[in-house]
Design a protein around this ligand. Structure first.
Ligand code: ZN
Length: 140
């Protein structure tokens, strides 16, 4: 992973082959004390996606072992229990040009992943438990 601050509150982050997207961004957030909004594109060797079933209040996870384009990666970095929480949704493009998407739990970068982070101090937004959905939601 390489990164550069390109303006007062914007980082460019390039993930490297083998990086896990979520782990690398969590590490970046911790090292730079940075929360923010995330946009990215790139390519991936596999991904573990989730769909949150609001009735059962659980994530249904599925792993896709195939090379895919990261067509759209969007999310945010906030604080949960004092630690950075990277929340990302991804739309991934398959070799046949169809797409899949979901909450990104993990995924290994193949060639690159180019990410822009609109940064703020990570203390600005934290999460608290929501009893209705049993999720950690923004505490604003
Ligand atoms: Zn999500």
């Amino acid at each position: 992973m390489n990164h550069r601050k390109i303006s007062d509150n914007t980082y460019a982050v390039r993930l490297s082959p083998g990086d896990d997207v979520v782990q690398a961004l969590t590490q970046f957030a911790g090292e730079n004390h940075t929360g923010g909004a995330i946009w990215g594109i790139g390519s991936i060797l596999w991904a573990e996606l989730g769909y949150f079933d609001i009735h059962r209040k659980i994530y249904i996870k599925k792993r896709f072992d195939e090379e895919m384009e990261i067509l759209s990666l969007m999310g945010n970095i906030t604080l949960k229990d004092g630690e950075p929480l990277v929340h990302i949704h991804a739309v991934l493009g398959r070799a046949d040009y169809s797409t899949i998407g979901g909450h990104l739990f993990a995924g290994e970068v193949s060639a690159t992943c180019e990410i822009i982070i609109h940064a703020w101090n990570i203390d600005e937004i934290s999460r608290k438990p929501d009893e209705q959905f049993e999720l950690a939601l923004w505490n604003l």
